[in-house]
Design a protein around this ligand. Structure first.
Ligand code: FAD
Ligand code: NAG
Ligand code: NAG
Ligand code: NAG
Ligand code: NAG
Ligand code: NAG
Ligand code: NAG
Length: 518
């Protein structure tokens, strides 16, 4: 009797008592692992768990790869949730217990572990050859909390699970007449890689980034344990998960996030092109003025966001500029008052266009676009410019010249203006993000990358203090630890995927980088 009681107490104590949703009540208990040691919990003190002789993760076809019976056993324990597409083992997680078993099995059997939510990741963090993959897409639960109290916070909040996508959040906002900070693109996951990597949004200048929204997080850590991370409990994990990098510190199953009153959302689009006589100078003068307006749009009292594109070709000498400014809670009259003097300024610079009319935003709150995105084959690089890059005339001239160089070299420019300032978000991230995009093909990727890198080298030189947004980054960003975080991250430098490809890819084995190669 006594021993039975003890077991019951152990089981209870091992389960996280605080959680948000019924799927999180289904947790792995030490008793579950007795008959199947491959799913046993980890030891937080053991920094160097199982490894093969070459310091590699197990790979299909090799002796260290778990035998078929063991995969069957895992599938049975998971209640049949193990899928077998390429990559070889994908767990369709629908409970916390599934996530815990995936983490424990991978750690105990020396497998490479990958977390995939929507698979939108530009730099391949949601895929991996020969990995066990935990698929969080079906973790979909929501609860509105009209009067939530936690620590110093008192107000509207929402419980959200990590598989929810932006278009689904737009439905919840409509249903509950409130606003949440989510990505503008409908199919991006709102609480997976977007939130843990930073997360920009059309309302980021008003309410901060995705990473500024969680009041608390529910997380499965690398030892398989399910924990709460908030300012009082596991505060280091709470800090690290909000921007520290997707797929690194743990697997988020849900969060409690801040919620805001319902907002009207209006926008205005400005477009112009190179003049008919083919001179480029007026176009680039207008580009420079336009991007100064972009900064003003983000500031008090507007708190807007801008999304711009430059496309064209150096052989025809024709370029066009297109920008949409989004204004949360601003009327058509207020928007026109800001834009009209700027249109006069463009005319003085040689670009004459009519004053554009504001409209109700089409980018925000469309809950009907849940599918339709298809994979592409472009690479990205980006720069998070600071306010100083815009305010110092010499620095600003360098930035504009670097962008011009990359556009004339044939790359598309995509600029995003946002200012999640300390006042708005209790954190400061810089005033303007910009991204360049280059199409690459496998056969000429080396030459094509070197050419692309020439443009990006100019961007970096023009903004030495700036950083890079980890979710929209160059695969080969130099000094990436500093560029992404201003410091080193959690040791991914110690690992490399072995492939024959020039550009980094996930099409090979994951191995420790030997000391000689470091
Ligand atoms: C069409 C498109 C539009 C975009 N629009 C925006 C935008 O408006 N704003 C913006 O900021 N970015 C945008 N991005 C970039 C976006 O932030 C990244 O692609 C981001 O990685 C997406 O996260 P995800 O969870 O949807 O995708 P996934 O590719 O599934 O995951 C991305 C990364 O997050 C990790 N991860 C996923 N879920 C979890 C979890 N529950 N716990 C821990 N780690 C997890 C994965 O391991 C992986 O490393 C866009 C990308 C695309 C392709
Ligand atoms: C896991 O079990 C389910 C249900 O029996 C089955 O449909 C599925 O194919 C199995 N997965 C694998 C990888 O064998
Ligand atoms: C994953 O699980 C969800 C929820 O049970 C189910 O609807 C879906 O069909 C499953 N997906 C696959 C590919 O088995
Ligand atoms: C929705 O919220 C807004 C802002 O708080 C309020 O003005 C409006 O009356 C609410 N609408 C409904 C239908 O409750
Ligand atoms: C070309 O047209 C622009 C816009 O009308 C004008 O500002 C510029 O002076 C013209 N340049 C030449 C060389 O004609
Ligand atoms: C683009 O064209 C301009 C004007 O002809 C030229 O000066 C510049 O060198 C070209 N840029 C590139 C990268 O080819
Ligand atoms: C890109 O250019 C920078 C600056 O010249 C250089 O340090 C870096 O090694 C280059 N990257 C690659 C992959 O060639």
């Amino acid at each position: 009797m006594k021993s039975l009681l003890l077991i019951a107490i152990c089981v209870l104590a091992s389960k996280a008592l605080g959680y948000n949703f019924p799927f999180e009540a289904v947790q792995l208990a030490p008793a579950d692992t007795e008959a199947f040691p491959a799913i046993a919990f980890g030891d937080a003190d053991d920094a160097h768990p199982v490894q093969d002789l070459h310091g590699c993760r197990a790979f299909p076809g090799e002796p260290s790869w778990p035998p078929e019976e063991e995969w069957k056993k895992l599938n049975n324990s998971l209640g049949g949730a193990l899928l077998k597409p390429p990559p070889p083992g994908a767990v369709n997680a629908t409970t916390v217990k599934h996530v815990q078993m995936g983490v424990n099995f991978a750690r105990n059997r020396n497998l490479r572990l990958v977390i995939k939510n929507t698979g939108h990741d530009w730099i391949g963090r949601a895929v991996g050859a020969g990995s066990l993959l935990i698929w969080t897409h079906h973790l979909k639960d929501f609860e509105f909390l009209p009067q939530h109290k936690q620590g110093g916070f008192s107000g509207m909040a929402a419980k959200v699970s990590s598989g929810l996508e932006s278009w689904e959040m737009f439905s919840f906002m409509k249903r509950h007449n409130m606003t949440l900070v989510v990505p503008s693109d409908s199919t991006v996951g709102a609480y997976g890689g977007w939130m843990t990597g930073g997360g920009h949004s059309p309302i980021a200048s008003l309410y901060g980034l995705g990473a500024d929204q969680p009041l608390s997080l529910q997380v499965v850590t690398a030892d398989g344990r399910f924990v709460t991370a908030d300012p009082e409990t596991n505060s280091d994990l709470y800090y690290a998960l909000r921007g520290g990098g997707p797929g690194t510190y743990g697997i988020v199953t849900s969060a409690v996030v801040k919620s805001y009153p319902s907002l009207s959302f209006n926008s205005v689009t400005i477009t112009f092109a190179t003049p008919d006589n083919g001179t480029l100078e007026p176009f680039w003068r207008a580009f420079a003025a336009e991007n100064q307006l972009g900064k003003r749009v983000t500031e008090k009292p507007h708190y807007g966001t801008g999304y711009s594109y430059v496309s064209g070709s150096n052989s025809t000498g024709h370029y066009s500029y297109d920008t949409t400014y989004e204004f949360p809670g601003k009327s058509f009259v207020e928007i026109t008052a800001l834009i009209a003097p700027h249109i006069d300024e463009l005319a003085r610079l040689g670009i004459s266009i009519a004053v554009p009319k504001p409209i109700v935003s089409t980018r925000w709150a469309d809950a009907s676009r849940g599918r339709g995105d298809v994979p592409g084959n472009q690479v990205f690089a980006s720069r998070l410019f600071s306010a100083r890059d815009w305010e110092d005339p010499a620095m600003y001239a360098d930035v504009v010249a670097a962008v011009r160089y990359s556009v004339e070299a044939g790359y598309q420019f995509h600029g995003i203006h946002l200012a999640p300032t300390e006042a708005a978000a209790s954190a400061y991230y810089g005033s303007s993000g910009a991204t360049a995009v280059v199409p690459t093909t496998r056969d000429k990727s080396l030459a094509s990358y070197a050419r692309f890198n020439e443009s990006m080298t100019r961007w970096r030189a023009a903004s030495p203090d700036a950083g890079v947004y980890v979710n929209e980054a160059d695969l080969l960003e130099p000094h990436w630890q500093d560029a992404f975080w201003g410091r080193d991250n959690v040791g991914s430098e110690g690992w490399a995927v072995e492939t024959g490809d020039f550009l980094p890819s996930q099409n090979g084995r994951l191995c420790r980088v030997s000391h000689q190669n470091k």
